[in-house]
Design a protein around this ligand. Structure first.
Ligand code: OOG
Ligand code: NI
Length: 452
């Protein structure tokens, strides 16, 4: 039966390509950024042969060309849970919980992404999906008006809803259904320059928070950026101005290191776009932007705690300065974080895939001692790439693209429980996923060595 279905991985692969094509048409600077990233990646691969070999051995070399993440923002629990069902068709599941309200952005979020090794290798397409927290709007009238506008829109086409339901009943879609699904699902994320509200309503919502206007005033959750993965973010950032792109001042995340950890990101501000209001007034809206990312090894809970500590310490009293100063300051703050693959592994700071070394003999006696097997060159440990996001970095990305005006403070409780209720499902703990993949790789490698 399952042969008859078009796999969820292939649907996701098609969808991410279709989304990328659409966004390239909508925001031409994104196309420029793709070329720049491809150019720099090619140079890194030619220059750094050991990195190239490592990328090829894990299958990352091929995924690099298709790897993207995007972001969308929805307005209600009903919208969030409907999208959860849509993404499940593509093998994308909610992983992690991100509370942005502490950073002055009235949303909380998850990332929809594939979770197993094979799916991640094929195409790791991820969507950072934020839910607007309308309860944080203090003005009752405005809050109710926003909720009513959201409740009256349909963000998923009726054909897409039918195909989602068919997927849920059949357990899959055939090729024709899958292709139709991709075309229909794409509609949800398209940009509409016609706002659904009049200028006065837009202005009232915008005055409360720019992000609220962006979520509430349009027909759907337009994709607001798509991010290619680079192997050298500092170099791409350096070259952006020559391509007519102005990056945000600072690269978010950890400093440049010999062994990259987690995620480094930078974005550029999109141009103001003309929009038309329901009362035919014309206006400007800035919501869509571009971003690049560089990914490193995933950290264990211990590693992540150290990262969070060092990052927090580095932010204390730092004057906002140039990226060069910021990076120098960060590098200083991170000297305590070991920058050697072996140390990261031995100290349990980062996650690794274990493999049998190519050509290693199956004869290992009876030892299960991982350290001995590694020392003997029978096993190898390969860094596991971080597949998720970082809340502090995400807040920086949000803020830079919402304008640098005054920042609201939302005093609210982080509420994963409320988020999961809205989602209609629990979010998966990302660290547990890495742990599981690491354990599995080790089990498999040991079984292989024993000739099981
Ligand atoms: C999402 C911003 C967060 C990231 O990469 O951390 C993000 C948004 O602006 O909707 O995309
Ligand atoms: Ni992003």
């Amino acid at each position: 039966m399952s042969d008859y279905f078009y796999s969820a991985d292939r649907i996701r692969d098609r969808f991410s390509q279709a989304m990328s094509d659409m966004y390239q048409q909508e925001v031409p600077q994104y196309g420029t950024l793709l070329s720049l990233v491809a150019e720099v990646n090619q140079e890194v691969i030619e220059r750094d042969t050991s990195l190239a070999t490592a990328l090829s051995s894990t299958g990352e070399m091929t995924r690099l060309h298709v790897e993207r993440h995007g972001a969308i923002r929805v307005g209600s629990p009903a919208e969030l849970s409907l999208l959860r069902r849509m993404f499940a068709v593509m093998g994308m599941f909610p992983v992690g919980y991100y509370d942005l309200s502490v950073a002055g952005v009235p949303v909380h979020a998850t990332a929809f992404r594939p979770i197993d090794d094979e799916a991640l290798t094929l195409n790791p397409f991820r969507l950072f999906t934020s839910l607007l927290r309308l309860e944080l709007i203090a003005n009752d009238e405005l809050r109710e008006q926003a909720a009513a506008i959201i409740a009256s829109r349909e963000i998923v086409t009726p054909q897409a809803v039918t195909l989602i339901e068919r997927f849920e009943v059949q357990g899959g879609l055939n090729e024709a259904e899958a292709k139709a699904f991709v075309i229909e699902a794409l509609e949800t994320f398209r940009w509409h320059r016609d706002a659904t509200v009049d200028l006065a309503t837009y202005q009232a919502l915008h005055h409360e928070h720019r992000l609220i206007a962006d979520v509430v005033c349009f027909r759907g959750p337009h994709i607001n950026h798509l991010t290619p993965r680079t192997l050298d973010i500092d170099e791409v950032q350096r070259r952006m101005p020559a391509s007519g792109i102005t990056p945000k001042a600072i690269i978010e995340g950890p400093p440049r290191r010999h062994c990259p950890i987690l995620l480094r990101q930078t974005s550029f501000k999109a141009l103001e776009e003309s929009i038309y209001f329901a009362d035919e007034a014309e206006g400007q809206h800035t919501a869509r932007f571009g971003e690049i990312e560089q990914r490193g090894v995933a950290l264990t809970r211990k590693g992540r705690t150290l990262y969070d500590q060092l990052l927090a310490a580095s932010r204390q009293g730092e004057p906002s300065t140039s990226n060069a100063n910021h990076q120098a300051h960060l590098a200083q703050a991170f000297v305590e974080f070991p920058d050697d693959q072996e140390v990261l592994r031995r100290e349990g700071l980062a996650f690794f895939h274990y493999r049998v070394a190519p050509g290693a003999k199956a004869d290992i006696g009876s030892t299960d001692n991982i350290e001995q097997l590694l020392a003997a060159g029978v096993l190898v440990a390969i860094p596991m790439i971080y597949e998720d996001f970082l809340p502090v970095s995400a807040a920086g990305i949000f803020q830079s693209n919402l304008g640098d005006g005054t920042q609201d403070e939302y005093s609210s409780q982080s509420s994963q429980q409320a988020f999961e209720l809205a989602l209609g499902a629990p979010v998966t703990d990302e660290i547990a996923l890495y742990e599981h993949r690491q354990e599995n790789s080790l089990k498999q490698a040991l079984a292989e060595l024993r000739g099981v």
